[in-house]
Every structure is written in structure tokens, then in C-alpha cells.
Design a protein around this ligand. Sequence first.
Ligand code: 8YV
Length: 328
Amino acid sequence: MSKPKILIARAVFPEIIARLEAHFDVESNQADASWSKAELIARLKDKDGAFTTGGDRIDAEVLAACPQLKICANMAVGYNNFDIAAMTAAGVLATNAPDVLTETTADFGFALLMATARRITESEHYLRAGKWTKWSYDMFAGSDIHGSTLGILGMGRIGQGIAKRGAHGFGMKVIYHNRSRLDAALEAECKAGYVGKEELLKTADHLVLVLPYSPASHHSIGAAELALMKPTATLVNIARGGIVDDAALAAALRNKTIAAAGLDVFEGEPSVHPDLLTVPNVVLTPHIASATIPTRLAMASLAAGNLIGFFKENKPLTPLNPAVIAIK
Ligand code: 8YV
């Protein structure tokens, strides 16, 4: 019997490719960059499954062109690159890679918060440029983290990880807003209090965005929301670019509507809004919140496990639209 055909849409660990090759007939992207949509379709149209990353869009157009496709396994917890409704309608299973990246991503969220609030990259650039000639009492004065109020928008697993770091590690008062409130035990574990979105914006000294991206969360933070924040506040986005209106944020940073921002994700990445590149009070990183080798390996391994589980026993590990399995 011939093996199912799998496409690996982005270069990934050689050991993961080898593991998949033991079960499947594999074609993998060995290029540095992602394929265009036309190229993705050309390679996916005769495949039974795909190993995707957050930048590989699987929508109705791709699905219509790839009738053999049965599963797409995302090496990411976020899956806004998948049109889940279209995948379900086409009978294509979607899986993501939750949990394995939670702590690493929460670590990074905190690192970005600290770098932003304490102006670490801005001051390093100053030093490297040879501008440091004397000590002065207010040179690169930032805002305190310990004892301040940490706001979290989106209180899933990663949000909870950030809350625990803030409350237990830095004595921060933690407030959050989420579609649904956590149960009392989880709120106590995170030492976090539920507030409305407006109160969150007005009260937080540091606001971290960790909510999933969807049409409903598009530009959740725009000019109106930034205007509600404290002029001393910092904003950190480790969720998805489209959640923040980048042009409005650049203007708010320039006008000192808020003090500083730390961004790991951008609307239209890897392009970055040009205005963000010219304001000094923003720390910019290239979507690396989950980037440690053990975590990326665990994410890739979970995506591979989903493909193997699905094709071998019809048992994917972390399905997003399990109704598809029931139909088959
Ligand atoms: C990924 C991410 O690195 O898991 C996610 O949702 O944003 C990142 O951890 C990226 O999406 C590549 O798949």
C-alpha cells in the first residue's frame, strides 16, 4: 500500500522530517522563505496532509484546489491561518500545537515587558552608538515592574503564565479581561482579578496582549483604546499583529499617549509598519516568543504526532474540528 503524501510547508527540524518520512511520502520546503499561495497550492494539490506553520493560510481557495487533503497540522497554538469553517465544510481536519509552548512564551512575554518598561534595547543602542559619556540621574529612567499593576487581555494558558510570573515573582497586582471569566480556583492560583476592558485599559501600568486573533479581535487596540491608557503605561503584544492598529500605536508612541511598547507580532509580518521603525520607545522582535529549541522541537513533534495519529489510527492528538473525524 502506498504511503499517504505529506507536504511540510516550511523548513523544519531534520529529525522531524525523518520521523515523518518513516510514515509518509514527504515533500518539504527547504527554502528560507514561505511559499506564495499559488506555489503552496501547486505543491499541496496532490497531498493527503500538510504540516503548516502560522503563516501558511489554508482557506476555501486552497481547499477547493486540493481535494485530496484530509488534515492540516499547525506547528503553532494560534490557528488564525486556518479558515476552520471552510476546513470543516471540506472535511479537512485542523490541529494545532497547544500547551507545549505555554511557559516559554510566557517567559518571553515577561522578558519583553521588562525590556520595554526598563528601556533596555533603547539604552543599549545609545551605548553602542558611543553616546554614553556621563551618568545622569534620569538617563533612561523607565517604569517599575515590581508592585505595579499588570493588565492582561486574553487569559488563556499563556495569559495565566504571565499572571503567575507577575503576581508571584514581582509582587504585581494582576487584573485581566477575557471573553469568559476564570473559575475562582484559577483566579486564586494566578492571583488575578477580573475587570471590564475599559477598566483594564485605564488601570494597567503594563498591559500584555495574549488573546487569539479573529475578526472579532481585529484592532482591539486602536487609537480610542490607547487614549484610555495611562501616559506612563507600557503595552506588550505577543499575540497576533492584527490585534493592534500599528499606525495608531506608532502615533500614540510618538505623541507619548503611552510611554512605550514591546511588540513581537505585526500586522502583515514579516513587514513592519514603517512608522514603528522610526519611534524610539518601542522594542521590536521578529515573532520569537516560542523560540527556544526544546519548545520549537516539542511544537514540531506535536504537529508530526497529529499527522501520524490521524493517518495511523484516526486519532489526532489535538484536533480543532473533531466533528470532521466523526463524519469520516
Ligand atoms: C509560532 C505562534 O512560532 O504558536 C503560535 O501561535 O505564534 C508561534 O509560536 C508561529 O506561529 C509559527 O508557527
